[in-house]
Each structure stands twice: as C-alpha cells, then as structure tokens.
Design a protein around this ligand. Sequence first.
Ligand code: AR6
Length: 183
Amino acid sequence: MSKTGYTLNGIEFECTQGDITNQPDLDVVVNAANAQLMPGGGVAGAIHRAAGPDLARACEKLAPIRPGEAVITEGFGLPNAHIIHCLGPVYGVDEPSDRLLADCYRNGVQLAEKHGLSSIGFPAMSTGAFGYPMEAAARVAFATLQAEAASLSSVKRIRFVLFSDRDAELHQRVLDESVNQAP
Ligand code: AR6
C-alpha cells in the first residue's frame, strides 16, 4: 500500500503498512507496552527483541505505568534514537477505554514534543492483545492527534504503522474521513 499523507496545522500525518521496528527515518517509535514495560507479545515483543536486553534494564527503573501513561527510553538496538512506551487500555476492562486510549496518544506525542523530537511512529495501540476494535481505535487516535497538532512545534511528522494491509487501508480511510470532516 502506498503512503498518503495530509498536512494539518503543519504536521504531516501518514499511514503505512509495515513493522514498527523497521522505521529508520523516525526519531521515535511508540511501544504498545504492558504495565511492567517488559517483553511480551505483539509490538512489545518485537521492540524488545530488536532493541536488545539493555532496553528491559532501562525499563525496570520506570515501571510500573498506568493505562494512558507514557515514558521514554533511548532506542538501544532499534534504528530510532528513542522509544516511547505507552500502556493502552484493555478494552472493556480499563474504563473509560476511549479516554484512556486518547491519553496514550496525547501523552505519547507530548513526550516527543518535550524531548524536541520531530518524527514519531505509532502502532495501533490496544488493538491486539488488549482487544480494542480497530476502527473505533483509529477514530480515537486521529481525533486526539489532530486536536494536539496546533500545540506542537517540534513534532512535524506522525506516522501510523499498521501490521497488515487491511489495517493500513482501514486507517487510511478513517484518516481521509477525519481530514474531510475537519473544520
Ligand atoms: N509492528 C506494527 N504493528 C504490530 C507489530 C509490529 N511489529 N506487531 C503487532 N502489531 P499488541 P496491545 C499490531 O498486542 O493490544 C503485549 O503482549 C497488532 O496487529 O502489540 O496494546 C504487551 O506485552 C495490533 O493491531 O498491543 C501487552 O501486554 C497492534 O499492533 C499487550 O500485548 C497492537 O497489538 C498490549 O496489547
């Protein structure tokens, strides 16, 4: 699938099919973490494998985190200088799930801004093991980040990295719709 981007308030938003551990042109990628910030399945497993054991040692000092919270480490073996670790809500358990998911995206991008980073990649937080329906999650993600865009000056590019073509197409459609509905 091709990457189609939009520029909103000076921030480029884009969706792509790919692996979050293979985005070498981004300053920071976001980990769909667990509360203990330890390796797990999905994104967290892939990030810890690619980053190497130094990441778990750095994470030990920052855990545990709460749903919606974000913390930052260096990237270690990843091609990115930094990793932002966010704990998404378990759908139907951590309530209100939509607000906690929005907190993840807001706190994640604000942490990138605070560290003077210009490009950030997000996976579809909470949509794997945590069970959040993909389309509803995509709407929360875009609405939150588009609302944040006006207050960002360092962050210039936000990429959504989706594991399957189907999820990437769904995100692209939701992004197209949200841009067309923007005032
Ligand atoms: N790159 C991009 N997207 C991916 C990748 C990858 N390498 N791997 C999976 N996805 P998940 P969660 C997609 O389960 O729902 C972990 O075990 C996947 O298809 O990683 O927030 C942690 O330890 C899905 O759409 O995150 C936590 O306990 C999305 O990324 C828990 O799972 C998120 O899937 C976190 O669950």
